[in-house]
Design a protein around this ligand. Structure first.
Ligand SMILES: *Cc1c(COP(=O)(O)O)cnc(C)c1O
Length: 380
């Protein structure tokens, strides 16, 4: 069986988890800060806050950046539902902007058009879909103009970067052009901790707020407590959650992070091989700008007869996937007034997209089999 994505667990990973299981702390121990610091260094941010999943990271991200029930936030319809749901968690309204037909990323001109026509827009949640980094410098220019924050959903893109107009490499999550960035450590993502997530930021204020919200809104920091009754004292200053991650998950994350760059290199190799194999066929392969390092969480092709191809591959034990069903067409969002036809480019993309197997431990033989099976389907 060949899935579209899967985790890679080594003996070293297992040893790291066992070591932490035998230590003093299963949770709230030293592995969490260690993982946070290593991850912040990896993406180039000042701060990182680890949480129990990527969805919790999104929720705390919008809370920390500020979102009130009467306000609106813009995101893309081609993403996992969590990118939009975090806005709903705050009782606020989701606005979708259609995608760019070439990159499949949020169309920055559409974002600006919404800013001109809608009131109470306070933020943007761009998604580095499939691992393709959004041109955050251009999006940031729009955000500045309209006074919006940016919460980047980089769940697909740890380690990806683009080159900005000054010729500098800007890694997803480094905070140069976004206020905060979220990542997920679900097993299909680049770095697996079972369930897990991270928020990176360069703002000390956002960082402190995230730390408090992650643990019930409680602080033990004497500098910000209103009272202090003694060494046992803590203060709950606002309504937070228990969104903590465990130490043994962070031990796994640290171990996985060491191999992250090897994984990216391998993903890019796999992408190149697919690109070559499908170059002169009716299969539309991803189009990636030269100024971008793609993280290839997904390798998405666009095809005719998608359902038939999907079914054929399944009969050969190759399990592809569709990313994504446009979020605005989900019954929940339809109930908010969205309908089929609202975002035609996203909807047309959805008709033809298919994610092929893409993960570092996919062998050359397995990939050859996938390619051969697809070519066979179109030649018969
Ligand atoms: C996986 C994912 C999430 C949610 O992450 P979880 O860790 O599964 O909660 C959010 N946004 C995108 C784009 C994702 O791919």
């Amino acid at each position: 069986m060949i899935p579209y994505g899967r985790q890679h667990i080594t003996d070293e990973d297992i040893a790291a988890v066992i070591e932490t299981l035998q230590s003093d702390f299963l949770t709230q121990g030293p592995k969490i800060a260690e993982f946070e610091q290593a991850f912040a260094t990896y993406v180039g941010s000042a701060y990182a806050v680890a949480v129990n999943n990527g969805t919790a990271a999104l929720h705390l991200g919008v809370m920390a950046l500020g979102l009130q029930p009467h306000q609106k936030v813009i995101t893309t319809p081609i993403t996992f539902v969590a990118s939009a749901n975090c806005i709903q968690y705050c009782g606020a309204q989701v606005l979708f902007a259609d995608i760019d037909p070439t990159t499949y990323l949020i169309d920055i001109a559409q974002v600006e058009a919404l800013c001109q026509t809608q009131s109470d827009v306070v933020g943007i949640i761009p998604v580095d879909f499939a691992g393709y980094p959004v041109h955050m410098e251009q999006l940031h220019a729009v955000a500045e103009k309209y006074g919006l924050w940016i919460l980047e959903d980089a769940c697909h893109a740890p380690g990806a970067w683009f080159i900005d107009s000054c010729g500098n490499k800007q890694f997803c999550g480094n905070g140069t052009y976004s206020n905060a960035t979220v990542f997920s450590f679900h097993p299909v993502k680049h770095i697996a901790t079972g369930e897990g997530g991270m928020i990176t930021t360069n703002s000390k204020q956002v960082y402190e707020k995230l730390c408090m919200l992650r643990t019930h809104g409680i602080t033990r920091n004497p500098e910000i407590m209103l009272e202090n009754h003694g060494p046992w004292y803590y203060e709950m200053q606002e309504l937070g959650y228990n969104y903590r991650i465990t130490d043994f998950q962070c031990a796994l994350g640290l171990s996985q992070l060491k191999r992250a760059n090897n994984g990216l290199t391998r993903r890019n190799q796999i992408a190149e091989k697919y690109n070559k194999a499908f170059a002169h066929t009716c299969i539309q392969t991803p189009q990636v700008a030269d100024s971008v390092y793609h993280a290839y969480h997904l390798y998405v092709i666009q095809v005719l007869n998608r359902l038939e191809l999907y079914t054929y591959l399944r009969s050969k034990e190759i399990f592809t996937q569709v990313h994504y069903i446009p979020v605005h067409t989900m019954p929940y969002y339809k109930a908010q007034g969205y309908k089929q036809g609202d975002f035609p480019i996203a909807e047309a993309y959805y008709e033809h997209c298919l994610s092929l197997p893409m993960y570092p431990s996919l062998t050359n033989e397995q990939q050859d089999f996938v390619i051969q099976t697809i070519l066979e389907f179109y030649n018969t």
